[in-house]
Structure formats: C-alpha cells, structure tokens
Design a protein around this ligand. Structure first.
Ligand code: ACM
Length: 516
C-alpha cells in the first residue's frame, strides 16, 4: 500500500511539471507557466481592432476551428463586455515582431495575440490551434470548453523560405489534393509550395498561347494513367487558396531537359522537327529542347510570360537539372539566356544546383539537392560568391520521396533512406560554406514516381515535413532530436484527428500522445 501511494505521488508529481506543449515548429521562446489554463468555449469572444479586416478574417479562422468542434462559433467582435474572458487578436505595425512573428500570452484570464503583420497573426493562430486539445480538429460536436495551457510565447522564423515541392508531373494531383497539402503546410507555418509543373511524363499547366502543351502534353503520367493539367482558372483558385493561408505558390517548368511531354506536344522544339513519343517510364536525362532554334526561345518566352501572369510569386523556377544531351557550352548558354528572360519578365530566376556552374548573373536562386557531393558544394559556394542565394533541399536528408527505411513500400532509395531523425537532425547553417544571409531557407521535395494519391503524399510527407518546418522556423540552439521526438510523439493525435495518413515510425514514441 505504501508502495502504491508512493507510485501515485510520483506519477502526480511528474504530471504537475509544466511540459513543453506539442508545438511543431517549436516557437523561438516558450515559457510554460503552469497554473490554470484559459478555457475556450463556443461563446468566447474573439476581439479584433475596429475596421481591421485582415485581423477579422484571421480571427475567423480560429472561430471556424472551434465552431467546427463545439457547434457554437465564437463571435468575432470589436469589443467584449468588461471582465469577459476573451481572445484578443491585434495587428500592430509598431509591435516589432517582423513580417511573420508574433507574441502570445495565455492565462486563465484571457489570451493576447499581437503581430506586426497579418502573416504573424495567422501563425499565432496556428500556435493557439496546436495548444488546443487535438480533438478541436474533429468536425463534430464535442464537449466544451477547450483548455489552452498558460504560456508566454515570443516567436519569429529563422528563415523566410520554408517550403515543400510537389511533383505533379510524374503523377497528376488535382486542385482538391493541392488544397489539402496547403492546409497541412499552414498548420506547420510553411510558406512556399513549389509545384513541379512539367517533366518527361506530363505537362500540367495551361499556357493559353500554347494550348497543345497541356492538351497533348497533359495526357500522360508514369505508369500510363490519365494525367491531367491545371486550367488558368484552377491555377487562380490554388494561388488564392494558398495566399489566404500565407503560402506562396512557386511555379517550376523544367528546362532544357525533363521536357519529353513538351517535345510530344510541340514538334518544332525538337532539332529534327519531329514530335517525340509519349513517355511514361521513370528514367531521367534523355530529353532536351533544341537550344539552337529560335522557335525554342519563342516558346521559353511564351511560357515565362504566362507563368509571370498566373503566379504572383516573385520567383520562377526553370529547373535545369540532369541534362545529359547538351554540351557544357550549350547548357551554359541556355541557362544564361533563360535567366535573362525570367528577369525581363520582372521575376527572380531559380534553378536546381546543376545551374550553379553555368555562369549565373547575380540574384539567382540555387536550389541545392546534391550538397553531399563536394564538387557540387564548391560550385554552389562559387555561385554564392557571385551573388546567388540558396534554398536547401539536400537529397540525403529531406527528399521526402526517399523511403523511411528498407521496409517502406512507397518511395525511392537512390539518395539513401531518409528516416525521421535523418530528415530532422541537421543544421542548414552548416551544410555549405556560405554566409548566413545567403541561405534563404529550406524546402522538402516530394517527387511522384511512386505515388499517385493524396494518401500516398501524406504518408511520405508526415512526419518528415513537420521536421522540415521546424528546421526552417526554429533557432538551431532551441532544437534537439530528443525534444523534437517527444513533441512529435505527442502530436500524433492531431494528425489522426485530421485524417492525415502519417507514418508511425518506430523512431518515435507515439504513446506520448495518449489515447487517441
Ligand atoms: C532532381 O532531383 N533531379 C532535382
């Protein structure tokens, strides 16, 4: 009996310790105060400044989340009766939190969320969301109120670019799937969705001046499925949906290689003027547009002009990877001219790290996928010395199309297997020998050779994408695998509630989330 009493005491004592809440990404500064939580209810007023339409819209995001759960939607108001426990959401340009930062103070008496700009307020709401019990994610009438632990948080991201790339070319993913991806990115404060819109197996975007590209080039995909493409209206819808969640959609058309679908659709892009046969396999490196023909340059100009019109992103990505059918001189000439075309359209040029040795003009963005190769790392460092910046996507860490381990059914292994810890436990500040300001951020590519449904996307993305979000957001000094592993284990019930098909990796103790 004494032993049992001691055990109960010990368990109680452990639970009385304030524990870091299961926040991913971890905020820059979190103080867990302990003590009574704030009790959120369907009637809790969400108070915004008079006439602040953006704060009102973002407060509506929180109201809808809670309303979905308890069937009473908290009112968004400009003033609450004195003494009423309320959530106050404020944008104050003078508050000093930067473009994406915020301060959050939760006590039993009320919640204060302040940001300097709308994105910061939205991210503060995502933090509040993650502080609420996971059951808030269910769309059903569950009992209220909903406790929010008493915390004080000061937060801002480490990097401006926190991204995911979705390959919609090898297999096509429709608008609803892309919106689902955007929703899950926003939950983790990711802000760049890079769409890989063309490859050998398919062309996925309507270019009104070149209708054959999508109509003909969009008909195929890996394995012989029906393919598909986004119309101009579809793109507008995706871009708007993303912008509402502070995600910028970055378009990529891969050139001059990975172009078989375009070579099927437009015969003139081939040096012999003859249309290529459709390709539905998974080899790389065999295709190129004819770089010596002016028809090719007219095509590049038309495509870039249309991308510039359809996407507000200040970056246009023109691929440039894995070109085996051109001489080094032809390749360099192509990259130089392609960069100039993008810049003439008022946008910033981005390419995979293959472009680093092609003599880039200052201002280019190099997406690094082969940092493990010393020759590539040195080329990228030289490009940075010439005025480029980098986005880091090391394939042996955060290519989330790699298998988790040898037993994973989906995914590839050419860059190794990328476990949950492999994907998380590295410092983007130490990958290359470049100044800190040269690193714009991190991005996890998800190539789609082996995946064709949103369930597959979720399985390879989660939990690894959440780790990438934390790498991009949280200061290195605040990150550790053991701390992350514990929060990840406790995060599982939220993904379960959201129906996210996440991998229950044996690297993580999923029982930390309790009974789901
Ligand atoms: C790439 O993985 N070919 C950029």
């Amino acid at each position: 009996m004494r032993a049992l009493a001691f055990l109960l005491f010990a368990v109680t004592a452990v639970h009385a310790q304030p524990r870091t809440p299961a926040l991913i990404p971890l905020p820059a500064e979190v103080e867990v105060r302990g003590g009574a939580p704030f009790m959120m209810a369907g009637t809790t007023p969400l108070v915004v400044d008079a006439g602040d339409a953006e704060a009102q819209r973002i407060a509506g995001v929180l109201a809808a989340l809670v309303g979905n759960t308890v069937e009473t939607t908290p009112p968004v108001v400009e003033a609450a009766p004195g003494g009423t426990p309320a959530v106050r959401l404020r944008i104050d340009a003078e508050a000093g939190h930067g473009a994406e930062g915020y301060a959050l103070d939760v006590s039993a008496a009320g919640v204060e969320l302040v940001a300097s700009a709308p994105a910061g307020l939205f991210y503060g709401v995502q933090t509040l969301r993650q502080l609420l019990p996971a059951r808030v994610e269910y769309e059903a009438a569950l009992y209220a109120p909903l406790p929010i632990p008493s915390v004080r948080i000061a937060d801002a991201p480490r990097y401006a670019w926190r991204g995911m790339m979705l390959d919609v070319a090898r297999h096509f993913f429709g608008v609803a799937d892309v919106e689902r991806v955007i929703d899950l990115m926003a939950l983790h404060k990711l802000n760049r969705l890079h769409l890989h819109l063309s490859d050998d197996q398919g062309w996925r975007i309507e270019i009104p001046s070149r209708p054959a590209l999508a109509r003909v080039g969009g008909r195929t995909e890996v394995g012989g499925g029906p393919g598909g493409y986004y119309t101009v209206e579809d793109v507008a819808r995706i871009v708007r949906y993303a912008a509402d969640r502070f995600v910028t959609v970055v378009p990529e058309i891969d050139l001059p290689g990975h172009t078989n679908a375009a070579l099927v659709a437009i015969p003139e892009l081939n040096c012999d003027g003859r249309a290529r046969a459709p390709y539905t396999g998974t080899n790389v490196g065999f295709s190129t547009v004819c770089v010596e023909k002016e028809e090719t340059w007219a095509f590049v100009e038309d495509v870039v002009a249309s991308l510039a019109e359809q996407f507000p992103s200040d970056v246009i990505h023109l691929g440039g990877d894995e070109v085996e059918e051109l001489t080094a001189e032809q390749y360099a000439t192509f990259v130089t001219r392609a960069q100039a075309i993008v810049e003439a359209a008022g946008k910033r040029y981005a390419g995979w790290d293959d472009v680093a040795h092609a003599g880039l003009a200052p201002g280019a963005l190099v997406q690094v996928w082969r940092a493990q190769r010393a020759d590539v790392a040195r080329q990228v460092e030289a490009a940075v010395a010439d005025g480029a910046q980098v986005v880091l996507s090391p394939s042996d860490r955060i290519y989330i199309d790699m298998k988790y381990d040898e037993s994973t059914v989906l995914g590839l292994t050419w860059a190794g297997v990328n476990g949950v810890r492999d994907a998380y436990d590295w410092d983007p500040g130490a990958l290359l020998d470049v100044p800190e300001a040269a690193v714009l951020g991190v991005e996890a590519p998800l190539w789609a050779e082996t995946i064709s449904t949103i369930r597959d996307v979720e399985f390879l993305a989660f939990p690894r994408l959440a780790g990438v979000a934390e790498i991009g957001w949280t200061p290195q000094s605040a990150r550790s695998w053991s701390g992350y592993r514990a929060r990840l284990g406790a995060f599982g019930p939220r993904w379960t509630a959201l129906g996210v098909n996440h991998f229950r990796s044996p690297e993580v103790d999923w029982s930390l989330g309790g009974v789901e």
